[in-house]
Design a protein around this ligand. Structure first.
Ligand SMILES: [Zn+2]
Length: 186
């Protein structure tokens, strides 16, 4: 047994816990500073797929650093690798409610003769900050611009499969992002 402990690097403390408390092995729970990898499908309430990690690397983030929408982060707290869950996130805990003051009508001649069509996006100043505005209509010589996030006001339905949970390294915490699979490679 002595050799077992000598071989442990400090990062392997969870394994010690597993030996002490777990009948099989200790699986790390998601908590602040966990690096969490997961696959997901995001649907709107009508079941339409808005986004999915299918066919891509699992998405990886650091828990407790507002790197994903707050309502999903809260529902992942305490979960473990291998778990699946359905997380229903109201807009207020997702991409926010729709703010009508972010919808503007701008005369089409302000675009300098450029062809403006619904779906086009522009960066524009809004109360001192820069935001992304999406053209939602062109009508009667006016362009209707929406500065809300495209998913503002939408209740988000996430189907999540947690594939990995580990502790973030000091370097990852300093950089504010995940290194390796699903994260930065540098
Ligand atoms: Zn980095």
């Amino acid at each position: 047994m002595r050799g077992f402990f000598v071989l442990l690097a400090p990062g392997w403390i969870p394994t010690v816990k597993s030996y002490l408390y777990g009948p099989f092995f200790y699986t790390m729970q998601i908590t602040k500073n966990s690096v969490v990898s997961f696959h997901y499908t995001l649907n709107d309430p009508e079941g339409q797929v808005l986004d999915s990690s299918a066919g891509r690397e699992a998405f990886a983030y650091i828990q407790g650093h507002s790197m994903i929408v707050p309502g999903l982060e809260v529902q992942l707290e305490g979960r473990k690798a291998g778990e699946t869950l359905v997380a229903i996130v109201p807009a207020s805990e997702g991409y926010g409610e729709v703010d009508p003051s972010l919808v503007h009508k701008v005369p089409v001649d302000r675009f300098g003769g450029a062809q403006v069509e619904p779906g086009m996006q522009f960066q524009a100043g809004e109360d001192g900050g820069m935001g992304v505005f999406t053209v939602i209509a062109v009508e009667s010589g006016e362009v209707v611009l929406n500065g809300n996030h495209p998913l503002a006001g939408v209740t988000l339905h996430f189907n999540v499969e947690i594939t990995d949970v580990r502790e973030a390294t000091a370097e990852e915490l300093a950089h504010g992002h995940v290194h390796g699979a699903g994260g930065h490679h540098h």
